[in-house]
Ligand binder design. Sequence first.
Ligand code: CO
Length: 435
Amino acid sequence: MTFVKPLLDFIEKSPTAFHAVENICSELEASGRTRLTEGEKWALEPGRGYFVTRNMSSVIAFDIPEGEADSFRMIAAHSDSPTFKIKENAELSVRGKYTQLNVEKYGGMLFSPWFDRPLSVAGRVVVRTEKGVEARLINVDRDLLVIPNVAIHMNREINDGFKYNAQTDMMPLFGDDTAKDGFKKLIAETAGVPEEDLLGTDLFLYPRIKPAVIGNSGEYIMSPRLDDLECAWSGLRAFIDAEKPDRGINMLCVFDNEEVGSGTKQGADSTFLYDVMQRICISLGLDPEASYRAAASSFMLSADNAHAVHPNHPEKTDAENCVFMNEGIVIKFNANQRYTTDGVSAAFFHKLLKDADVPCQHFANRSDVAGGGTLGNISGSHVSINTLDIGLAQLAMHSVCETAGAKDVEYMVRGMAAFYASRVSIGRDGEFILG
Ligand code: CO
């Protein structure tokens, strides 16, 4: 369970995608990788590692092998989680007595768990500088807000089911009438700038819940944002620790905006990954023929959490293609290819995990349930390489606090490390050569 504490510490200090990416970058830097920017010329050297961010909320890290690069091995995960974004005109007054924050949904969350708990605000502010403008991360980092429930006495039927309205039911209480015009002041103070220098914001709510280890023998973990920071962190750990292959380029891609369809300049549906791969090939002097060959022998693990069988509602999952916490890496299948796994990629990964002695299990939705999408097939429309969808089993996905298996973190890190250390090349179509 050595990975549980560092994972939970990472999630706790990553209240937004911006913070998650900043924390990933700090670990990459501490491990000796060099930060690049998209605006500078890249001169990549064999045997060294690099990383580059876009929008401060997506990051791609890569290690250049000592030998001639002949393939890419990538792990993709996402940095964002469903939450509420604070609107530009941030305040609402109620009967002149209350000040609320005006928020809108980011992604598809369960509403009810957001009620009656301390919330805070974190994200990015953009401030005036002498040269122009500059973005900085902030975290108010104190118990600040609450979205109060309506008392049972005022809505006796609520336990028979209730349809929440995002505009009327979900506004957090920020303070009394003296809090009016106080939000911008608070944010400027937190950023350490005068109010007039605060020119832009991307601010989100987050729950003030401390991650916990629970269960009779400590077998479960509870935390906000396990989807998908659990996979992002496991990928980071594996990327940093993995044995480096002599010819393959290892990559870690953590994309923002998966929860809203990935269609942003920094999302999995952008050119970010393609651009980075192209620039690696150019910098290493690979001719177009060599870069096509490298792409053909490349592989991506698209890692995003999966639904464990629910203890109160086991009927919600397929009778056999269902997964449990602490039983290993989940390989996801979907006939309509919302998950990219196919027979060939599954066989390759099964063999890899078996050789590494890491357990795995298989997930497919009930045939009458659509299920959620993820990164793999979206990214695949820009960079069309062999891909497999994996994840870890968890409960209460997109709740304010989710539950997963304590043992699974290690399985994921070991499975991903085995993938990074593997040597894969494509033979004839439908054949992977390992080793
Ligand atoms: Co996810």
